[in-house]
Ligand binder design. Structure first.
Ligand code: FAD
Ligand code: SF4
Ligand code: SF4
Length: 476
């Protein structure tokens, strides 16, 4: 260990941008065993590991790095999996520059340990060697839990509860499990078989998936409460923030998630009429994406791969103040995306179909109460960019769940997210818990996993305390 002084940081090899533009494969290659061990050995085994403190799952990073450096990969996997339900997914898509690696104490002058890439390597190896098995319980309990939403929060909770012996039923309005990991995040960041093989294992462990089942339409929350000893709501946030102004209703202006879902479905082999007829396809088009978050980055890079003639990203702040990961911006620039910083749309031009975006230059003013610099338009600075397809990636808000679920007593926060007691993770309805984006607002997969695991612990505590037959007796 402690090799950071003599061994430079090396990420897994990144494929050349020209090759990446032409396919949908992930952009990093896998570490070799030697490279993984070498990079893991750079860790200085901190007594107080800031990497771990800043990992939402509190992963025991120094331990699995040491085990990897020693070639003890099965043990490394056991340690990694003890706190993380999907280490191979977090290793691929966590914004490590803002979390574990961004807080690695050897960063200054020496570059951080490549924590995410090692985590991915360990877990991909575990899959290859058959060390990952379905979470089948040792004994069955006579209780069941209903989970609404098969995204990372719902799946993480399901895995933990199934291991304890609960009959677990997941209800999802989509036809596949995975939530945004399957239909939001593009294949070049997270290859879909990586998600699908987890789903397969959960089915093998006896978790029941009720797909194409929208709670609030096909089954009511009240029915689920009657059916199960506890219910977890993990429905994510899906109401796209919109943009108004002249021309906002023109054809060719589409929401980001519609666009990304169509692309992901196409990649999975589904029939997607709105893609085939060109409405949600960037091929041969001049594309403008509005927004500066990770969703916008996914849209610009998807458009490049679909064969857009040009791809521009319009963002009202500058590079230093954008919410998206810097790594993603760099990848996008390498792939040919042009960023138009400090610019905001003021109108869409065109007859029936969009032909361009009229934008105005912005300047960063004084910070507001939150410390974030305010943006102000510069008078007389308007300019027009030509476009055949405009993608709106302005973020997401929660849907109105009390209305959707016909449950007016379901309390909300002032942001419209579900209000929970943060010690018990229970909503205002007894026995109904909530986790993931529907509680936090649009966040990250790693936080959804954390919430799902915590919710499983609290649900177990609740059922044990309230079930008519105590679990200890029932399990005998
Ligand atoms: P979701 O993943 O949204 O899953 C919710 C599930 O609930 C869905 O399957 C949905 O169909 C289902 N559902 C909703 N309503 C109902 C209902 N009424 N009945 C039945 N089922 C219902 N995070 C990262 O960490 N790294 C990234 O690189 C990253 N990239 C992203 C890119 C995009 C384009 C987007 C949109 C998000 C990205 N995120 C990323 C964020 C991450 O995907 C989310 O934070 C995470 O998926 C939230 O998990 P969740 O389980 O709470 O919700
Ligand atoms: Fe880093 Fe994410 Fe892994 Fe935690 S889960 S160690 S933040 S990559
Ligand atoms: Fe190792 Fe960096 Fe974590 Fe310290 S902060 S334990 S050096 S990975």
């Amino acid at each position: 260990m402690l090799k950071f002084v003599s061994t430079p940081q090396r990420m897994p090899d990144k494929r050349a941008a020209a090759a990446r533009r032409g396919d949908w494969d992930e952009i990093y290659r896998e570490f070799s065993a030697e490279r993984a061990a070498e990079q893991a050995s750079r860790c200085s085994q901190c007594g107080v590991p800031f990497c771990q403190v800043h990992c939402p799952l509190g992963n025991n990073i120094p331990d699995w790095l040491k085990l990897t450096a020693e070639g003890r990969l099965e043990e490394a996997y056991e340690v990694a999996a003890s706190t993380n339900t999907f280490p191979e997914i977090c290793g691929r898509i966590c914004p490590q520059d803002r979390l574990c690696e961004g807080n690695c104490v050897i960063e200054k002058g020496f570059e951080s340990v490549t924590i995410g890439a090692v985590e991915k390597y360990i877990t991909d190896t575990a899959w290859e060697r058959g060390w990952i098995t379905p979470p089948t319980p040792l004994r069955e309990l006579p209780h069941s839990v209903g989970i609404i939403g098969a995204g990372p929060a719902g799946m993480a909770a399901a895995e933990q509860l199934r291991r304890k012996g609960y009959a677990v039923h997941i209800y999802d309005r989509y036809d596949r499990a995975g939530g945004l990991m399957i239909y939001g995040i593009p294949n070049f960041k997270l290859e879909k078989p990586v998600v699908l093989r987890r789903w397969e294992q959960y089915r093998a462990a006896g978790i029941t998936f009720h797909l194409n089942c929208a709670v609030g339409e096909d089954v009511s929350l009240q029915e689920l409460r009657a059916r199960h000893d506890a219910v977890l709501i993990a429905t994510g946030v899906y109401k796209a923030r919109d943009i108004g102004g002249p021309g906002a209703g023109l054809a060719g202006i589409v929401p980001a998630l519609d666009y990304l879902t169509a692309s992901n479905r196409k990649g999975l082999g589904d029939a997607v009429p709105a893609f085939d007829d060109g409405r949600l396809n960037a091929a041969g088009k001049r594309v403008i994406v509005i927004g500066g978050g990770d969703t916008a980055m996914d849209c610009v890079r998807t458009a490049v791969r679909q064969g857009a003639v040009s791809v521009q990203c319009l963002y009202r702040r500058d590079r230093a103040n954008m919410p998206g990961s810097m790594r993603e911006v760099k990848h996008a620039e390498e792939e040919g995306v042009e960023f138009v910083w400090l610019s905001a749309p003021e109108a869409f031009v065109g007859d029936r179909h969009v032909a361009g975006v009229r934008a105005v230059r912005m300047h960063l003013g004084l910070p507001d109460a939150t410390g974030r610099q305010q943006v102000e338009p510069i008078t007389g600075s308007s300019f027009t960019l030509e476009a055949d397809l405009v993608i709106k990636a302005l973020g997401f808000d929660p849907e109105d769940l009390p209305r959707m679920f016909n449950a007016p007593e379901l309390a909300l926060t002032r942001w419209g997210t579900l209000k929970i007691d943060h010690r018990t993770m229970m909503t205002s309805l007894p026995g109904v818990f909530a986790a993931g984006d529907i509680v936090r607002g649009a966040s990250l997969v790693v936080w959804a996993i954390r919430d799902g695991r915590d919710a499983a612990t609290e649900i177990h505590r609740y059922v044990q305390a309230t079930a008519s037959r105590p679990l200890a007796v029932a399990a005998e």
